[in-house]
Design a binder for this molecule. Structure first.
Ligand code: HEM
Length: 413
């Protein structure tokens, strides 16, 4: 049987134009959770739905080596990172990440984030207005470095470099090249720290990523090359700073859905469900990608070895077959969510330990919970007139004004 296929030579421009909705539009028009298209001049298969996600995370059928485009590796991922590994090598590296995601470690991060929110809000009280997206990046960077055991030398410069890494992968021209320059800068900074740890000249906290990753041994019992250990430490710092995008969206949701904010204030709603709905509703990563490992057949369709395959992350979170009225912001939908690892997948799906699901999903949820609690219960502020619209095609997306707050005051204890 032949797979539903998009006519035409190449659909890369349509992907850029339709952005997050590119795959879901076609899943709806083909009435199929699998179809074939052409992207960057190559055949690509797009998968969606629960079954599509389950198939995508079958590591006997798909592999990650060579799947990510160069512009992603040179900015967001870094070279030799966990995202590009398969099999035993991936299990070994992923266990290194998951070993620092313990309850005690997460509680430590909570406290660090809370302290940074407190310091930042003291600063904001003295200013006319503040841009939440920028300011939360500083909060997150300081807390992330303290958590990871990384001495932060020039906080503004380093925070900006981290931001370039996640803002630049899909950018064109100078903004993209800025991302590559920042990647070299942060890799060099952290490689030097790894070297110092190994020489015994630097003694970071032993539970933090810098120490753990500097001394981690791969499946052959070897220390990681210092450049790779550095890329992995950045795989902790960079995405923690990227939570600023979700914090900006959470503040937008509190503004756009004031009834939900009121419920949270009264203790009638749940911050956890609110955070889950922010992650479901707003766009972040459109898709993730892998390559077909060996020829196989699925539901009568042929998957040929080496074919690029995209999983529709945004589309699954907005799939009307999986969510009732997916375009409504309704945190209470999570009251009876069955916790499938394949429907709600803003940070990937499947198993944390065995597959490529985001290693920092628990961190993200917790950091957002602390931040939403701060915005709802610990601060008073106004949202002045500004452009709060956000694009469904620029990646990553965020409110255009980056959430300006004014008249910020701490709520007296
Ligand atoms: C800011 C919100 C975040 C979003 C939207 C996000 C999203 C994702 C996505 C979509 C993937 C790829 C899943 C796949 O390919 O199957 C991923 C992987 C990953 N994420 Fe996150 N992430 C976030 C935060 C974090 C945080 C806070 C950390 C670390 C503290 C983190 C560390 C990682 C790592 C190490 C991987 C690679 C996992 C692997 O390949 O096995 N992420 N993330």
């Amino acid at each position: 049987m032949s797979m539903p296929k998009e006519e035409g030579l190449d659909h890369s421009l349509a992907f850029l134009k339709e952005g997050y909705e590119f795959i879901l539009h076609r899943r709806k028009s083909f009435q199929s959770n699998v179809f074939e298209t052409t992207l960057l001049g190559k055949k690509a298969i797009c998968l969606g739905g629960k079954e599509g996600a389950e198939l995508f995370y079958d590591s006997d059928k798909f592999m990650r080596a060579g799947a990510a485009p160069n512009r992603l590796v040179k900015t967001l991922f870094g070279e030799g990172g966990v995202q590009t590994l398969d099999g035993e090598q991936h299990h070994n590296r992923k266990s290194m990440f998951m070993s620092i995601m313990t309850r005690t470690q997460l509680q430590k991060l909570d406290k660090l984030i809370e302290t940074e929110w407190m310091h930042a809000s003291e600063r904001w009280e003295k200013a006319d207005q503040t841009t939440l997206y920028d300011e939360s990046q500083l909060i997150l960077m300081k807390a992330a470095c303290a958590w990871a055991g990384v001495p932060l030398d020039d906080e503004e410069k380093r925070t900006e470099q981290m931001r370039h890494l996640f803002e630049s992968p899909a950018a064109i021209g100078p903004s993209h090249w800025q991302g590559r320059v920042s990647r070299s800068g942060v890799d060099e900074w952290i490689s030097n720290l790894v070297e110092q740890v190994r020489r015994g000249d630097l003694h970071p906290i032993q539970e933090g990523a810098l120490y753990v990753f500097s001394w981690h041994r791969d499946a052959n019992g070897e220390l990681l090359p210092k450049e790779v250990a550095a890329v992995e430490v950045v795989n902790i710092l960079r995405p923690i700073v990227a939570i600023s995008i979700y914090i900006a969206f959470a503040a937008l949701a509190l503004h756009q859905f004031p009834e939900e904010k009121e419920r949270l204030k009264k203790g009638d709603g749940s911050i956890h469900r609110f955070v889950q709905e922010v992650r479901r509703y707003y766009p972040f990563f459109p898709a993730t990608m892998a390559k077909v490992k060996h020829d196989f057949e699925w539901q009568g369709y042929q998957f040929k070895e080496g074919t690029m395959t995209l999983l529709d992350l945004y589309g699954n979170n907005h799939d009307p077959h999986l969510w009732e009225q997916p375009d409504l912001f309704r945190p209470d939908r999570f009251l009876d969510w069955e916790e499938s690892p394949f429907d709600f997948i803003p940070q990937g799906g499947g198993d944390f330990h065995m597959g490529h699901r985001c290693a920092g999903e628990w961190v993200t949820i917790q950091v957002m919970e602390v931040s939403v609690d701060y915005l709802v219960n610990r601060l008073q502020y106004k949202v002045p007139d500004q452009d709060l619209s956000y694009s469904h095609s620029s990646m990553p997306s965020m409110p255009k004004s980056q959430m300006i707050l004014s008249h910020v005051r701490k709520v007296p204890d």
